[in-house]
Design a binder for this molecule. Structure first.
Ligand SMILES: [Zn+2]
Length: 336
Protein backbone atom coordinates (compact mmCIF):
# COMPACT_ATOMS: atom_id res chain seq x y z
CA UNK A 1 0.00 0.00 0.00
CA UNK A 2 1.53 3.30 -0.97
CA UNK A 3 0.75 6.53 0.79
CA UNK A 4 -1.26 9.00 -1.26
CA UNK A 5 -0.93 12.46 0.17
CA UNK A 6 -2.94 15.21 -1.47
CA UNK A 7 -1.64 18.75 -1.13
CA UNK A 8 -3.10 22.14 -1.86
CA UNK A 9 -2.13 25.80 -1.47
CA UNK A 10 -5.07 28.17 -1.12
CA UNK A 11 -4.85 31.72 0.29
CA UNK A 12 -1.30 31.08 1.56
CA UNK A 13 -2.45 28.05 3.52
CA UNK A 14 -0.69 24.81 2.67
CA UNK A 15 -2.72 21.70 3.39
CA UNK A 16 -1.76 18.02 3.28
CA UNK A 17 -4.49 15.39 3.40
CA UNK A 18 -4.06 11.70 3.95
CA UNK A 19 -6.83 9.10 3.84
CA UNK A 20 -5.91 6.45 6.42
CA UNK A 21 -7.87 3.22 6.06
CA UNK A 22 -11.48 3.86 5.05
CA UNK A 23 -12.15 5.49 8.43
CA UNK A 24 -9.78 8.41 8.95
CA UNK A 25 -9.05 11.55 7.01
CA UNK A 26 -5.96 13.18 8.47
CA UNK A 27 -4.96 16.69 7.49
CA UNK A 28 -2.40 19.29 8.48
CA UNK A 29 -2.48 22.97 7.62
CA UNK A 30 0.17 25.61 8.01
CA UNK A 31 0.52 29.26 7.12
CA UNK A 32 2.26 32.46 8.18
CA UNK A 33 2.03 33.82 11.72
CA UNK A 34 -0.84 35.98 12.92
CA UNK A 35 -0.46 39.61 11.85
CA UNK A 36 0.15 41.97 14.76
CA UNK A 37 -2.33 44.52 13.40
CA UNK A 38 -5.82 44.34 11.94
CA UNK A 39 -5.79 43.78 8.17
CA UNK A 40 -9.30 45.05 7.43
CA UNK A 41 -10.02 47.93 9.88
CA UNK A 42 -13.15 49.15 8.10
CA UNK A 43 -15.07 45.89 8.40
CA UNK A 44 -13.55 44.90 11.75
CA UNK A 45 -14.27 48.25 13.47
CA UNK A 46 -17.87 48.12 12.29
CA UNK A 47 -18.28 44.55 13.49
CA UNK A 48 -16.63 45.26 16.86
CA UNK A 49 -18.99 48.21 17.39
CA UNK A 50 -21.96 45.95 16.61
CA UNK A 51 -20.68 43.33 19.10
CA UNK A 52 -20.18 46.01 21.79
CA UNK A 53 -23.68 47.43 21.18
CA UNK A 54 -25.28 43.99 21.46
CA UNK A 55 -23.43 43.43 24.74
CA UNK A 56 -24.50 46.86 26.07
CA UNK A 57 -28.15 46.22 25.09
CA UNK A 58 -28.09 42.90 26.93
CA UNK A 59 -26.70 44.51 30.07
CA UNK A 60 -29.35 47.27 29.91
CA UNK A 61 -32.11 44.67 29.45
CA UNK A 62 -30.90 42.66 32.42
CA UNK A 63 -30.76 45.80 34.57
CA UNK A 64 -34.28 46.82 33.49
CA UNK A 65 -35.66 43.37 34.23
CA UNK A 66 -33.78 42.93 37.48
CA UNK A 67 -36.46 44.64 39.56
CA UNK A 68 -35.93 45.17 43.25
CA UNK A 69 -35.33 41.58 44.20
CA UNK A 70 -31.58 41.91 43.98
CA UNK A 71 -30.98 39.79 40.88
CA UNK A 72 -27.39 39.96 39.71
CA UNK A 73 -26.76 41.64 36.40
CA UNK A 74 -26.24 39.07 33.62
CA UNK A 75 -22.85 39.04 31.89
CA UNK A 76 -23.03 39.95 28.19
CA UNK A 77 -23.33 36.96 25.85
CA UNK A 78 -20.28 35.96 23.82
CA UNK A 79 -20.20 37.37 20.27
CA UNK A 80 -22.10 35.31 17.70
CA UNK A 81 -20.13 33.06 15.36
CA UNK A 82 -21.45 35.12 12.44
CA UNK A 83 -19.94 38.29 13.90
CA UNK A 84 -16.67 36.54 14.68
CA UNK A 85 -16.45 35.19 11.14
CA UNK A 86 -16.62 38.76 9.82
CA UNK A 87 -13.51 39.76 11.77
CA UNK A 88 -9.99 39.33 10.44
CA UNK A 89 -8.05 36.60 12.24
CA UNK A 90 -6.14 39.11 14.41
CA UNK A 91 -9.32 40.79 15.65
CA UNK A 92 -11.02 37.42 16.08
CA UNK A 93 -8.20 36.27 18.39
CA UNK A 94 -8.33 39.53 20.36
CA UNK A 95 -12.11 39.39 20.68
CA UNK A 96 -12.28 35.73 21.77
CA UNK A 97 -9.21 35.50 23.97
CA UNK A 98 -8.97 39.02 25.40
CA UNK A 99 -5.30 38.34 26.11
CA UNK A 100 -3.16 41.47 26.60
CA UNK A 101 -0.67 39.95 24.19
CA UNK A 102 -0.44 37.01 21.84
CA UNK A 103 2.67 34.84 21.60
CA UNK A 104 5.38 36.32 19.31
CA UNK A 105 4.57 33.63 16.81
CA UNK A 106 0.89 32.74 16.85
CA UNK A 107 0.08 30.23 14.14
CA UNK A 108 -3.60 30.94 13.83
CA UNK A 109 -3.94 29.02 10.55
CA UNK A 110 -1.99 25.95 11.58
CA UNK A 111 -3.70 22.81 12.73
CA UNK A 112 -3.83 19.05 12.72
CA UNK A 113 -7.22 17.39 12.28
CA UNK A 114 -8.38 13.80 12.22
CA UNK A 115 -11.92 13.17 11.03
CA UNK A 116 -13.47 9.74 11.56
CA UNK A 117 -16.11 8.40 9.16
CA UNK A 118 -18.60 8.44 12.06
CA UNK A 119 -18.38 12.23 12.33
CA UNK A 120 -15.99 12.24 15.29
CA UNK A 121 -13.37 14.95 14.87
CA UNK A 122 -10.15 15.49 16.78
CA UNK A 123 -8.38 18.78 16.19
CA UNK A 124 -5.30 20.53 17.51
CA UNK A 125 -5.33 24.29 17.02
CA UNK A 126 -3.77 27.41 18.51
CA UNK A 127 -6.97 29.23 19.46
CA UNK A 128 -8.32 26.47 21.71
CA UNK A 129 -4.88 26.04 23.31
CA UNK A 130 -4.70 29.75 24.18
CA UNK A 131 -8.25 29.74 25.58
CA UNK A 132 -6.82 27.73 28.50
CA UNK A 133 -4.11 30.25 29.39
CA UNK A 134 -4.77 31.55 32.90
CA UNK A 135 -5.90 35.16 33.41
CA UNK A 136 -3.71 35.29 36.52
CA UNK A 137 -0.03 36.08 36.77
CA UNK A 138 1.96 32.84 37.07
CA UNK A 139 2.37 31.90 40.73
CA UNK A 140 5.83 31.69 42.31
CA UNK A 141 7.50 33.26 39.30
CA UNK A 142 8.55 36.70 40.45
CA UNK A 143 11.61 36.76 38.27
CA UNK A 144 13.37 39.24 36.02
CA UNK A 145 11.73 37.67 33.02
CA UNK A 146 8.30 38.87 34.11
CA UNK A 147 9.35 42.50 34.45
CA UNK A 148 11.31 42.36 31.19
CA UNK A 149 8.40 40.76 29.40
CA UNK A 150 6.03 43.54 30.47
CA UNK A 151 8.61 46.23 29.66
CA UNK A 152 9.25 44.83 26.21
CA UNK A 153 5.56 45.07 25.44
CA UNK A 154 4.86 48.36 27.15
CA UNK A 155 4.56 50.08 23.77
CA UNK A 156 1.83 47.78 22.63
CA UNK A 157 -1.33 49.80 22.31
CA UNK A 158 -3.41 46.85 23.39
CA UNK A 159 -1.39 46.38 26.59
CA UNK A 160 -1.85 50.03 27.53
CA UNK A 161 -5.56 49.93 26.91
CA UNK A 162 -6.39 46.76 28.78
CA UNK A 163 -3.85 46.67 31.64
CA UNK A 164 -4.98 43.10 32.09
CA UNK A 165 -2.78 40.53 33.71
CA UNK A 166 -2.41 36.99 32.47
CA UNK A 167 -0.02 34.06 32.57
CA UNK A 168 2.76 35.40 30.35
CA UNK A 169 4.26 31.87 30.12
CA UNK A 170 1.21 30.87 28.03
CA UNK A 171 1.03 27.62 30.02
CA UNK A 172 -1.78 25.45 28.68
CA UNK A 173 -3.00 21.97 29.52
CA UNK A 174 -4.79 21.75 26.15
CA UNK A 175 -5.31 18.14 25.06
CA UNK A 176 -6.94 18.72 21.68
CA UNK A 177 -10.47 19.63 20.65
CA UNK A 178 -13.09 16.89 20.23
CA UNK A 179 -16.29 17.47 18.30
CA UNK A 180 -18.92 15.08 17.08
CA UNK A 181 -21.60 15.54 14.47
CA UNK A 182 -24.94 15.89 16.17
CA UNK A 183 -26.81 13.42 14.00
CA UNK A 184 -25.50 11.20 11.23
CA UNK A 185 -28.40 10.84 8.75
CA UNK A 186 -29.39 7.46 7.38
CA UNK A 187 -28.31 6.72 3.82
CA UNK A 188 -31.64 7.93 2.44
CA UNK A 189 -30.97 11.31 4.02
CA UNK A 190 -33.48 11.13 6.85
CA UNK A 191 -32.21 12.13 10.23
CA UNK A 192 -34.90 10.26 12.16
CA UNK A 193 -33.62 6.78 12.76
CA UNK A 194 -30.04 7.85 11.98
CA UNK A 195 -27.37 7.67 14.62
CA UNK A 196 -25.56 10.08 16.89
CA UNK A 197 -21.87 9.84 17.55
CA UNK A 198 -20.80 10.13 21.14
CA UNK A 199 -17.37 10.03 22.70
CA UNK A 200 -17.01 8.33 26.05
CA UNK A 201 -13.97 9.38 28.03
CA UNK A 202 -13.04 6.61 30.47
CA UNK A 203 -10.21 6.51 33.03
CA UNK A 204 -7.76 3.72 32.34
CA UNK A 205 -4.61 2.10 33.66
CA UNK A 206 -3.65 1.08 30.14
CA UNK A 207 -0.56 2.84 28.83
CA UNK A 208 0.73 3.48 25.35
CA UNK A 209 3.13 0.66 24.49
CA UNK A 210 6.34 2.55 23.73
CA UNK A 211 8.10 -0.66 22.63
CA UNK A 212 5.46 -1.15 19.93
CA UNK A 213 6.11 2.38 18.71
CA UNK A 214 9.81 1.64 18.43
CA UNK A 215 9.17 -1.26 16.03
CA UNK A 216 10.10 -0.72 12.42
CA UNK A 217 6.54 -0.42 11.16
CA UNK A 218 6.46 1.46 7.86
CA UNK A 219 5.61 5.15 8.31
CA UNK A 220 2.86 6.13 5.87
CA UNK A 221 2.45 9.76 6.92
CA UNK A 222 4.37 12.07 9.21
CA UNK A 223 4.04 15.76 9.98
CA UNK A 224 4.82 18.33 12.65
CA UNK A 225 2.86 21.55 13.11
CA UNK A 226 3.79 24.53 15.30
CA UNK A 227 0.88 26.20 17.10
CA UNK A 228 2.62 29.03 18.98
CA UNK A 229 6.01 30.17 20.22
CA UNK A 230 7.14 33.06 22.41
CA UNK A 231 10.69 33.96 23.43
CA UNK A 232 9.65 35.51 26.78
CA UNK A 233 11.47 38.76 25.96
CA UNK A 234 14.72 36.82 25.35
CA UNK A 235 14.44 35.00 28.68
CA UNK A 236 13.63 31.57 27.33
CA UNK A 237 10.93 29.96 25.27
CA UNK A 238 7.30 28.88 25.49
CA UNK A 239 6.27 26.67 22.62
CA UNK A 240 3.36 24.45 21.62
CA UNK A 241 3.60 22.04 18.72
CA UNK A 242 2.01 18.80 17.61
CA UNK A 243 3.31 15.93 15.53
CA UNK A 244 1.72 12.85 14.07
CA UNK A 245 3.12 9.55 12.84
CA UNK A 246 0.86 7.19 10.92
CA UNK A 247 1.86 3.55 10.49
CA UNK A 248 0.16 0.53 8.92
CA UNK A 249 -1.40 -0.66 12.16
CA UNK A 250 -1.63 2.50 14.25
CA UNK A 251 -1.20 6.25 14.55
CA UNK A 252 0.57 8.20 17.28
CA UNK A 253 0.26 11.90 18.14
CA UNK A 254 2.42 13.93 20.50
CA UNK A 255 1.45 17.48 21.39
CA UNK A 256 4.00 19.21 23.60
CA UNK A 257 3.88 22.50 25.47
CA UNK A 258 7.46 23.33 26.44
CA UNK A 259 8.53 26.19 28.70
CA UNK A 260 12.02 27.21 29.63
CA UNK A 261 12.56 30.36 31.70
CA UNK A 262 16.33 30.73 31.61
CA UNK A 263 17.97 29.74 34.91
CA UNK A 264 14.59 29.53 36.62
CA UNK A 265 12.14 26.88 35.50
CA UNK A 266 11.42 24.22 32.88
CA UNK A 267 7.97 22.77 32.22
CA UNK A 268 6.48 20.23 29.82
CA UNK A 269 2.85 19.38 29.24
CA UNK A 270 2.68 16.38 26.91
CA UNK A 271 -0.42 14.85 25.39
CA UNK A 272 0.12 11.53 23.65
CA UNK A 273 -2.61 9.78 21.67
CA UNK A 274 -2.45 6.29 20.22
CA UNK A 275 -4.94 4.36 18.12
CA UNK A 276 -4.69 0.86 16.71
CA UNK A 277 -6.57 -0.14 13.59
CA UNK A 278 -9.48 -2.40 14.48
CA UNK A 279 -10.13 -0.93 17.92
CA UNK A 280 -12.91 1.54 18.78
CA UNK A 281 -10.92 3.80 21.05
CA UNK A 282 -7.99 6.18 21.24
CA UNK A 283 -5.64 5.97 24.20
CA UNK A 284 -4.73 9.40 25.59
CA UNK A 285 -1.98 10.14 28.10
CA UNK A 286 -1.46 13.62 29.51
CA UNK A 287 1.66 14.31 31.57
CA UNK A 288 2.56 17.52 33.35
CA UNK A 289 6.20 17.90 34.38
CA UNK A 290 8.10 20.84 35.76
CA UNK A 291 11.09 21.66 37.93
CA UNK A 292 13.14 24.60 39.07
CA UNK A 293 16.48 24.70 37.27
CA UNK A 294 18.28 24.99 40.64
CA UNK A 295 16.93 21.55 41.55
CA UNK A 296 18.24 19.91 38.38
CA UNK A 297 21.81 18.74 38.03
CA UNK A 298 22.00 18.76 34.25
CA UNK A 299 23.98 20.51 31.53
CA UNK A 300 22.77 23.49 29.51
CA UNK A 301 22.74 21.28 26.40
CA UNK A 302 20.11 19.08 28.04
CA UNK A 303 18.14 22.07 29.34
CA UNK A 304 17.53 23.39 25.85
CA UNK A 305 16.66 20.02 24.34
CA UNK A 306 13.10 18.98 25.25
CA UNK A 307 13.65 15.37 24.14
CA UNK A 308 16.61 14.83 26.49
CA UNK A 309 15.15 17.04 29.19
CA UNK A 310 11.95 15.01 29.44
CA UNK A 311 13.98 12.14 30.91
CA UNK A 312 15.04 14.34 33.84
CA UNK A 313 11.79 16.04 34.78
CA UNK A 314 9.56 14.51 37.44
CA UNK A 315 5.93 13.88 36.46
CA UNK A 316 3.66 16.00 38.65
CA UNK A 317 0.39 14.91 37.09
CA UNK A 318 -0.52 11.99 34.82
CA UNK A 319 -4.00 11.48 33.36
CA UNK A 320 -4.78 8.43 31.21
CA UNK A 321 -8.02 8.03 29.30
CA UNK A 322 -9.60 5.92 26.64
CA UNK A 323 -11.73 7.86 24.17
CA UNK A 324 -14.38 5.49 22.86
CA UNK A 325 -16.05 6.51 19.61
CA UNK A 326 -19.60 5.20 19.74
CA UNK A 327 -22.54 5.44 17.41
CA UNK A 328 -25.90 5.33 19.12
CA UNK A 329 -29.31 5.03 17.55
CA UNK A 330 -30.92 8.46 17.32
CA UNK A 331 -34.17 8.48 19.29
CA UNK A 332 -36.74 10.95 18.07
CA UNK A 333 -38.09 12.73 21.13
CA UNK A 334 -41.81 12.30 21.58
CA UNK A 335 -43.79 14.98 23.37
CA UNK A 336 -46.39 13.63 25.76
ZN1 LIG B 1 -9.33 43.12 12.04
Amino acid sequence: MSATIESSDINNIHEDRYQYTSDWLISTKRSHILQSKCVSPFICDKTKTAIANTAADTVTDSLTNAGDDGHQQQPPPPPSQMDLDRLCMTCRYEQILELPHMPDMTYANNWLTLVHSSGFRLEFNCLDALRLVSRQLPAHLKVDAAAEWMKARADSEFTKVTKKVFDWTFTTDYKGTITTSSVVPTTDGHEDGGSVVVVEVVDTDERIDIEKLKSKDEILFYDEVDLFEDELADHGVAKLSVKIRVMKQSFFILMRYFLRIDNVLVRMNDTRLYHEVGTDYILREYTHRDAYVRDLDISTAVLIDPVQLSQHLPAIDIQCHKLYIKQQQHQQQTKI
